[in-house]
Design a protein around this ligand. Structure first.
Ligand SMILES: Cc1ncc(COP(=O)(O)O)c(C=O)c1O
Length: 439
């Protein structure tokens, strides 16, 4: 632990709950004091003691352009001098919406929000308003923000608490959530063709929507089986439920058109966050005209003082322009870097051969799993076969070698436009050392 981080943690613990402002940044994840960061530049983070790290966390995916990208710095400096926020209609709001609608074939209209959670709350309310139905079908281990109705079965569980695969035990992941909030939430095993078919037979006619992450991103990285997401979409069409693809992680990350493009889908509703804002808080709900029309005149209400913040919109515009330039070269670049890093990690693990370690990834996202299993396919595999304590130990040791990842095995690592081949070699060397040193 670095000295200044330790003393800031001691001060912070006196005035901030767990010393931080999101449970995932504090001792529950780090097992003690986190590293306090002072600034970032490119692919590097710098802590308060002057150590630097190759950053593979990239603010949980919010930074496709890395830290302090010159174009982001320039646009924020220019625009902040013209006022921070007006809460009025803006030209840049129309411009960014036009870019998004032009890019995403399944989106005719968008509504901006600030965070993935808020956008999801709006999308669920819209799905219920549009269909006049109450039930929400979600999947084990999928996270759609910290709203009451869907904060169910989002955290790892001991296998004795899973329940039958056909009928998972529903467990809210927080106290303070009354049963009424999640009584219409149905939880289904993911990546299982029969399970969703069975659930739709029982609940499909009452379901407002089926919501899924395109790539499971809150239990490491778990890709969908071939044809699985299309299967969900087909069942939604059959039962008249909306197909809601949560692209908060995967949007402007896996491809310009997110998972919908990657897997050839036509979702009814999407939500985006994280990468969309290029590091500033920006999120959106998008969908076809007839569905989005539900938000008109407050039929389905969506408000927000900070919605469509002008600084964030200007950065969103810069992020889109930069990633899309030269025939979307930015997306090809982050995919190349992510896949190369994942392959290097696999290679290093095989060479060392001291630990059962696998790497799963999709394009620019990847995660290391300490597991004996060939593949991690769903929530149950993850909870049963992934050694999360060992992963944390691995990451804490990497900190001392100048590599930053999130210590929670449930999260994942990400490449950005500004990572380099040298960052990959540096990381591979650090990982090789840690694998030799770690018990
Ligand atoms: C798939 C998914 N949806 C929604 C959210 C919520 O986003 P936010 O943290 O911006 O509220 C997250 C956050 O990790 C997420 O992974």
């Amino acid at each position: 632990m670095t000295n200044t981080s330790q003393s800031l943690f001691e001060r912070g613990m006196k005035v901030l709950v767990e010393g931080v402002s999101s449970a995932s940044r504090g001792p529950a994840t780090f097992g003690g004091a986190p590293r306090y960061m002072s600034h970032g530049q490119g692919a590097r983070l710098y802590d308060v003691d002057g150590r630097d790290y190759v950053d593979w966390m990239m603010a949980f995916g919010a930074l496709p352009l890395g830290h302090a990208h010159p174009k982001v710095v320039e646009v924020v400096a220019r625009e902040v001098a013209r006022g921070t926020h007006f809460a009025t209609a803006l030209e840049v709001e129309v411009e960014v919406a036009e870019m998004l609608v032009g890019l995403l074939p399944h989106v005719d209209k968008v509504r901006f929000a600030n965070t993935g959670t808020e956008a999801a709350m709006g999308a669920f309310r819209l799905a219920r308003g549009h269909t006049g139905r109450r039930k929400i079908i979600k999947f084990e281990g999928h996270y759609h923000g910290w709203w009451d109705a869907v904060l169910v079965n989002t955290n790892p569980l001991p296998p004795t608490m899973f329940g039958h695969p056909n009928d998972p035990v529903r467990i809210p992941d927080s106290s303070g959530i009354p049963e009424e909030a999640w009584k219409d939430t149905i939880v289904v095993r993911w990546n299982d063709f029969d399970a969703i078919e069975r659930a739709m037979k029982i609940h499909g006619a009452e379901a407002a929507c089926v919501v899924t992450e395109g790539v499971m991103s809150n239990m490491g990285v778990i890709p969908p089986k071939p044809g699985y997401l299309k299967h969900i979409q087909d069942l939604c069409r059959q039962y008249g439920a909306l197909f809601y693809l949560d692209e908060t992680v995967t949007g402007f990350r896996l491809a310009a058109g997110g998972c919908a493009e990657l897997y050839g889908l036509e979702p009814d509703i999407v939500t985006y966050g994280k990468a969309l804002g290029g590091g500033l808080p920006m999120a959106m709900i998008g969908g076809r005209d007839e569905i989005m029309a539900g938000l008109e005149w407050g039929k389905v209400l969506h408000f927000g003082t900070h919605n469509a913040g002008r600084l964030a919109l200007h950065v969103t515009k810069v992020m889109l322009e930069t990633m899309l330039a030269d025939n979307q070269a930015g997306f090809a670049r982050i995919k190349h870097l992510g896949q190369k890093m994942a392959a290097e990690l696999e290679r290093v693990a095989k060479t060392s051969n001291r630990h059962a370690m696998r790497v799963q990834g999709v394009n620019s996202m990847f995660q290391v799993f300490f597991t004996e299993k060939e593949e991690i396919n769903d929530f149950r595999d993850f909870c049963t076969h992934v050694d999360r304590v060992k992963f944390r130990n691995f990451v804490l040791r990497l900190f001392d070698k100048g590599v930053y990842m999130n210590p929670s095995a449930t999260l994942h690592s990400l490449s950005s436009l500004v990572h380099t081949e040298a960052d990959i070699s540096f990381t591979a060397k650090a990982v090789a050392e840690v694998l030799e040193e770690m018990p």
